[in-house]
Design a protein around this ligand. Structure first.
Ligand code: NAD
Ligand code: ZN
Ligand code: ZN
Length: 348
């Protein structure tokens, strides 16, 4: 019998996550085996564990964890470019590597992945919330170069996703502009810092929990307020009546998309990152003129390099709480209940 390892799995529809023993993977041709040093816990995991079977794009059980960092434990035949013992972050939005979007570095928008059955770790491929993580190709690995693993893990999604969302709106985030961050959780508290580090915008954060608002202020939000019916009015007050040039919604529910629509400025951007699933109707006259609405997914490998560099320079720092693998099920429960401030990170 081969070696076994501990992994946090979502076993079947309707069940909670469990810690189980599974075979330790062996790297095949071109693959790299990492000893996981940190794995971040994303609210998307909570969301997908509530979906019906028809909506899940992969089979169960699945090992969770799409924010992974580790040290290179073993190289498969022909794998080159990293050395045993290297500390690396995993770029998770795996694509085919050859389609038009992949060729442009946008693997997160690969047009062949679904057809080829290519899935990100933790979202179909066995994830990072385990003692070992098998990585399909060396190109998904980025050197940590001194970053702390628990700090770096959230950057691979909770940092990269807002970075990608913000970067496309940079031309609108000039001096005197305003960015509105709705939901100051794992992604949101990093969005605030990325906005402060890369733009001249006034940053306003909204949340429903006081400790999240306190964290938003602590990490650089100029203003932080309750996410309620009064919020759009508050945003108008803080912007001389103009509204927010860019609204980043990290929740995506009926109440937050309504706040986004009522807070946005003429010719502004509304970017819906949260998977709450509430529609935002667009028609002439429903929104201020020339507002753009978009729903991006994750980010590119090149952008992850940029995020890691921002962290190395000290401008972006994930607020993390760390836990062991055995605690993961109860921490998922806390994340579900809104009881995690910043990012929960499992350190196997
Ligand atoms: P999180 O639980 O860490 O943070 C969510 C925050 O939203 C919490 O602070 C919570 O208090 C707050 N919140 C809840 N209801 C609110 C409301 N009505 N108004 C304002 N704030 C509210 O979650 P996370 O891991 O940061 O993920 C945020 C969202 O982004 C999730 O929906 C997740 O699935 C999604 N996500 C999307 C992508 C993508 O590529 N599009 C990538 C990662 C995560
Ligand atoms: Zn995620
Ligand atoms: Zn592709």
């Amino acid at each position: 019998m081969g070696e076994v390892m501990k992994a946090v799995q979502y076993p079947r529809i309707g069940a909670g996550p469990v810690v189980v023993e599974v075979p330790k993977p062996e790297p095949g041709p071109g693959q790299v085996l990492l000893a996981v040093t940190a794995a971040g816990m994303c609210h998307s995991d909570v969301a997908l564990m509530s979906w019906p079977a028809e909506r899940l794009p992969f089979q169960l059980p699945i090992t969770l964890g799409h924010e992974g960092v580790g040290t290179v434990a073993e190289l498969g035949p022909g794998a080159r470019g990293v050395t045993e013992g290297d500390s690396v972050a995993v770029y998770g939005a795996w694509g085919c590597g050859v389609c038009r979007n992949c060729a442009q570095g946008k693997e997160n928008y690969c047009t062949s992945a679904a057809r080829l059955g290519i899935r990100p770790p933790g979202l179909g491929w066995p994830g990072a919330m385990a003692e070992y993580l098998l990585v399909d190709d060396v190109r998904h690995l980025l050197p940590l170069n001194g970053l702390d693993p628990a700090q770096a893990a959230p950057l691979t999604d909770a940092g990269l996703t807002p970075y990608h969302a913000i970067k496309r709106s940079l031309p609108k985030l000039v001096g005197g502009s305003t960015a509105l961050v709705i939901g100051a959780g794992g992604l949101g508290h990093l969005a605030v810092q990325i906005l402060r580090a890369t733009t001249g915008a006034q940053v306003i954060a909204l949340d429903v929990a006081d400790e999240k608002l306190a964290l938003a202020r602590q990490v650089g939000a100029h203003e932080a307020a309750r996410s309620d019916d009064m919020a759009p009015q508050r945003v108008r007050q803080l912007t001389g009546g103009l509204g927010a040039d860019v609204v980043l919604d990290f929740v995506g529910t009926e109440s937050t998309v309504r706040i986004a629509a009522r807070s946005v400025a003429v010719a502004g951007d509304i970017t819906i990152v949260g998977v709450g699933g509430a529609p935002l109707p667009v028609a002439f006259g429903l929104l201020p003129h020339e507002v753009s609405v978009t729903s991006p997914y994750w980010g590119s490998r090149a952008e992850l390099i940029e995020v890691l560099d921002l962290a190395r320079s000290g401008e972006v720092r994930a607020h993390v709480e760390t836990f062991g693998l055995d605690q993961a099920p109860e921490v998922y429960e806390r994340l579900h209940d809104g009881q995690v401030n910043g990012r929960a990170v499992v350190v196997p």
